[in-house]
Write a protein that binds this ligand. Structure first.
Ligand code: URA
Length: 190
């Protein structure tokens, strides 16, 4: 089993796909390394690439607001992305980039060992829940995969572009919070 330190050091040197040539920083992950609740986005944007931390730009500010609305702070949960390096011009990560990066996330999930994983957006849900995932139809639905509970909701960037999706996303967050509260009540602490 890895330690966080080992995994992070190994990942920081990754040159498995072309994105290493254009990144400023590899964006590994942030938060509580023993969290029961893990949020997984798509990939770093411009601000994240410059700061080396996930969700610190406009989408991250909205994520912080949504977490706060359900009484959570980003330091209590763990936040990572499907891919660790910024795709140029924020394009969607391609299949080769996603598969090159998949092992890092698998090992990261094994280390954090969260009970609940929240996929932020379609790319994350397609990568982690099912390859034909439809975010409009299936957000807010629970899936159990390898003993963990997965749920997807809209990506905060989508909520910035289209405010009409926000009530659905907030309903998803309330469900996530209810499940998390239940877990804590039943002694989900590791
Ligand atoms: N969007 C993501 O999916 N991840 C980030 O870290 C920032 C924006």
């Amino acid at each position: 089993m890895d330690t966080f330190e080992q995994l992070k050091n190994e990942c920081m040197c990754c040159e498995r796909c072309g994105l290493c040539a254009t990144r400023h920083n590899l964006v590994f992950g942030v938060g509580n390394e023993n969290a029961d609740l893990m949020f997984i986005g798509e990939g770093p944007g411009e601000k994240e690439d410059l700061q080396g931390e996930p969700f610190v730009g406009p989408a991250g500010q909205l994520l912080d607001v949504m977490l706060k609305l359900i009484g959570l702070d980003r330091r209590e949960v763990y936040i990572a992305n499907i891919i660790k390096c910024r795709p140029p011009m924020n394009r969607d990560p391609n299949p080769e980039e996603r598969s090159s990066c998949a092992e890092w996330l698998e090992r990261q999930i094994a280390l954090v060992d969260p009970k609940i994983i929240v996929c932020l957006g379609r790319i994350s849900a397609v990568s982690l829940i099912s390859s034909d995932f439809k975010i409009t139809r299936e957000h807010g639905t629970w899936f159990t995969i390898d003993g963990r509970d997965y749920i997807a909701t809209y990506h905060p960037s989508a909520l910035l572009r289209d405010e009409s999706k926000r009530p659905d996303a907030f309903a998803d967050f309330r469900m996530i919070h209810a499940a998390y509260r239940e877990l804590k009540k039943n002694g989900g602490e590791k």
